[in-house]
Design a protein around this ligand. Structure first.
Ligand code: HDD
Length: 758
């Protein structure tokens, strides 16, 4: 009987699967006895392709690997999504050349339908970003306090870093005044570790429950949806003056930290205190810092505003250009360490309060590894847009603390990504895939790309050989530190130590140089003058009075309002010199030097300056009246910018090549058409005058040789003014400028040269 023969075969096949309830009804032969639940492998396991981890396959089902390009466009012929080759993608299928389009055109419908769905929701915060691939190399210095494998000596870990602004939407400008995100994904051998930080070490709020409030206040007004990517409006200042805990972060935003020169020149901070665990189980509290090798540098406010119009992609371009040119940006990862005491305080500073820093002079930042960004993304959407960071992505050796802001973040990230990335399987997207083997029991859901095999995605099981098994501490499991939870009542309260909102803002203010203070005054004055409500300006002044009387008085003058007295006793904190950006000399990698020339005069000087700039690891951009090439005896010099496309804000320093005497047709002069007094008098193209005066106003190093000095003079810049090098030849002009550039700006031009009329 064929039925009982088939049953016999099946029974034969399952006889080794010792599982009660597996009996085939009516099947002959004895059913094997049940065994105990397995707890470890009983022998070598058969290979299980479904457990190789989703990173082993590309979304198109191709095995991935270093030699396997994970790209759709690798084939020679255009196809549909189903792989059918196409002979035309430019014409819809029509009933005759002038006839109606036919609904049956699958390619037309597929192409347009897919396009219609190309956009996904942008991030609710940090929508505007730029990213790069790189490598992190551990120094081994942290091994005594942290068992994470990627911190081991010379261990190299691939990373992906995304920088961002916070408030603006995806298409907003890069150089707005804002906090910058600095999020790093480490693809470690023990799983993904994300360090999701900012370029400012404190946060606006102490409890995550207020996050929607602060973001609603900072985003454009709900009625007109303006202003875009700015904090200079009533709702932002309404919130930060009503929540005095926001004073510290706001002060950092109003300082030069709010307008970085480049992503490559920003510090990064983990903000919260984290808990590290070593191999013996001992714990240490730490704060993470990223220290840029190029130093911390900023734009000046007017420069940032002009850049937002002239080149809204300034930071994105700067990062990509530097990496493409081989000027790989680097940061050292460092930690400030604190004993893991019961109260989690350090010298009176509450380590669980995210509005507080620990000055570096009290707890030095100890370097534990080096980050190098060395490759640009190949596809913005697939990588920069789809990357999903999460403060909860931790590896053994790194644990969280009870900081209430951090605790709320632990919930928010996956939650927002479920919507943004359209379902629960975004960990399978190539950019999010861990490089460690994956053995989860997460199944199905929207956009599932793994082809899981086996029948038992649950444990314990006896059908898939009992796999997977649990790991212990000795086999690399993530073990939460069993920190004692003090007996307490349920409350909606913060610790009393969270109440001091002014000592640290005062510490920051007192640590600033006079120039940086000037910039802070200008920033508050600008932003508050953009508010309409007098009550908000007055409240802001009351808050400033509690930081410093001079700061308050200067801003009050600019607002045309009386300066109020402080309502708290001003603290007397020790200033922290590490907070100031001024001082020091820094590498010049990737700095942009504009070389202005009126045409083909002194081309040998231009050539030599260009070469010297390149030799110094910087980028020379030749600026001439028109594009094309400047020729003089067969060795042409390419022009990168014309007088119409160049704006001072693009350059870190400007050199002016030797030109004919004033009054001649120098610099593409338009003296006949311009009725500006200076331009008419000198014959210098007015756009060159704007370029030079702006560069001067923004504290940039300026150099000129031979009669190029006349162009400076025509712009009202004395050859012996601070930060100006008037030389006889190109080489000495560049040498002087390089020396100035190492300090980032000609600081002695500020103040009072750019002191605004507040
Ligand atoms: Fe956040 C994104 C950094 C508080 C909720 N956050 C996001 C990004 C950075 C930070 C850098 C962009 C990551 C990327 O490039 O994809 N966030 C911070 C820091 C905070 C902070 C340093 C305080 C110390 N964040 C914070 C709180 C909440 C969130 C308190 C919610 C309670 N953050 C989010 C989010 C985002 C996000 C809504 C938006 C997009 C995303 O996560 O994937 O979940």
């Amino acid at each position: 009987n064929p039925v009982s023969a088939a049953a016999e075969t099946i029974a034969e096949k399952v006889k080794d699967l010792a599982h009660p309830g597996n009996e085939i009804p009516g099947a002959p032969g004895p059913v094997p006895p049940p065994v105990d639940e397995p707890t470890e492998p009983t022998g070598p396991l058969p290979p299980k392709p479904d457990q190789r981890g989703p990173d082993t396959y590309s979304p198109t089902g191709q095995p991935t690997g270093a030699d396997q390009a994970d790209v759709a466009q690798s084939g020679e012929r255009l196809t549909t999504a189903q792989g059918a080759r196409l002979y035309d993608t430019d014409h819809s299928l029509k009933a005759g050349p002038r006839g109606p389009v036919l609904l049956q055109d699958h390619h037309l419908r597929e192409k347009i339908t897919h396009f219609d769905h190309e956009r996904i929701p942008e991030r609710v915060v940090h929508a505007r970003g730029a990213a790069a691939h790189g490598v992190f190399q551990g120094y081994g210095a942290a091994e005594g306090i942290c068992k994470a494998a990627f911190l081991g000596k010379d261990v190299e870990t691939p990373v992906f870093v995304r920088f961002s602004t916070v408030l603006g939407s995806r298409g907003s400008a890069d150089t707005v005044r804002d906090t910058r995100g600095f999020a790093t994904k480490f693809y470690t051998s023990e799983g993904v570790f994300d360090l999701v930080g900012n370029n400012i070490p404190v946060f606006f709020i102490q409890d995550a429950i207020k996050f929607p409030d602060v973001i609603h206040a900072g985003k454009p007004h709900p009625d007109r949806e303006i202003p875009q990517a700015q904090s200079a409006h009533d709702t932002f200042w309404d919130f930060v003056t009503l929540h005095t805990e926001a004073t510290h972060h706001t002060l950092w935003n109003m300082s030069d930290r709010g307008i970085p020169r480049s992503y490559r020149m920003m510090e990064g901070f983990g903000v919260h205190t984290f808990r590290l665990v070593n191999a013996a189980g001992a714990t240490t509290l730490v704060k993470f810092h990223w220290k840029p090798k190029l130093g911390v540098h900023s734009q000046v406010w007017e420069e940032a505003q002009i850049t937002a119009g002239m080149d809204p992609d300034f930071h994105r371009r700067d990062l990509a250009d530097a990496i493409e040119a081989g000027a790989f940006p680097q940061w050292e990862l460092g930690v400030q360490t604190f004993p893991d005491t019961e109260d989690q305080m350090f010298q009176g500073i509450d380590l669980l309060d995210p509005t507080k820093i620990v000055p570096e002079e009290l707890a030095p930042v100890q370097p534990i590894g080096l980050l190098t960004l060395n490759a640009n993304p190949s596809n913005y959407f697939a990588e920069t847009e789809q990357v999903a960071f999460h403060v909860g992505h931790l590896v053994p050796g790194i644990d969280v603390t009870n900081d209430p802001l951090l605790q709320g973040r632990l919930f928010s990230y996956v939650d927002t990504q479920l919507t943004r990335l359209g379902g629960p399987n975004f960990a399978q997207l190539p950019i999010n895939r861990t490089h460690a083997p994956v053995n989860d029991m997460l199944r199905d859901g929207m956009h599932q790309t793994a082809v899981h095999r086996g029948v038992a995605p649950y444990r314990p099981n006896s059908l898939d050989g009992g796999c997977p098994f649990l790991a212990g501490a000795d086999t690399g499991a993530y073990i939460e530190v069993p920190v004692e939870v003090p007996a307490a009542h349920k409350v909606r309260e913060a610790a009393a130590s969270f109440d001091d909102h002014y000592t640290q803002p005062r510490l920051f203010w007192l640590s600033m140089s006079p120039t940086e203070r000037e910039h802070i005054v200008t920033a508050y004055t600008f932003e508050l003058n953009k508010c309409y409500e007098t009550a908000i300006k007055e409240r802001a002044l009351r808050s400033l009075a509690n930081i410093d009387a001079e700061l308050c008085a200067q801003v009050a003058t600019g607002l045309g309002l009386p300066a109020p007295a402080a309502t708290v006793a001003l603290a007397d904190p020790q200033p922290s010199p590490a907070l100031s950006q001024l001082g020091g000399r820094w590498p010049l990698d990737g700095r942009i030097v504009g070389i202005v020339t009126a045409g083909d005069q002194d081309l040998s000087g231009v050539r030599s300056a260009r070469q010297a700039v390149l030799d110094a690891g910087m980028v020379p951009l030749v600026i001439a009246p028109t594009g094309g090439k400047l020729d003089e005896g067969g060795d042409p010099v390419a022009v990168q910018r014309t007088f119409a496309t160049a704006r001072s804000t693009e350059f870190d320093a400007v050199l002016v090549a030797g030109v004919p005497v004033p009054g001649a047709d120098a610099y593409g002069a338009r003296d006949a058409k311009v009725d500006d007094g200076v331009a008419v008098a000198t014959g210098i193209d007015p756009r060159v005058l704007v370029l030079l005066t702006e560069a001067y106003r923004h504290g940039k190093a300026l150099g000129a040789w031979a009669d190029g000095v006349d162009a400076l003079t025509a712009a009202g810049i004395a050859p012996d003014a601070p930060g100006v090098v008037a030389a006889s030849d190109a080489d000495s002009a560049l040498e002087g400028v390089t020396g100035l550039l190492a300090q980032h700006r000609a600081w002695d031009r500020f103040p009072p040269a750019v002191r605004p009329a507040v």
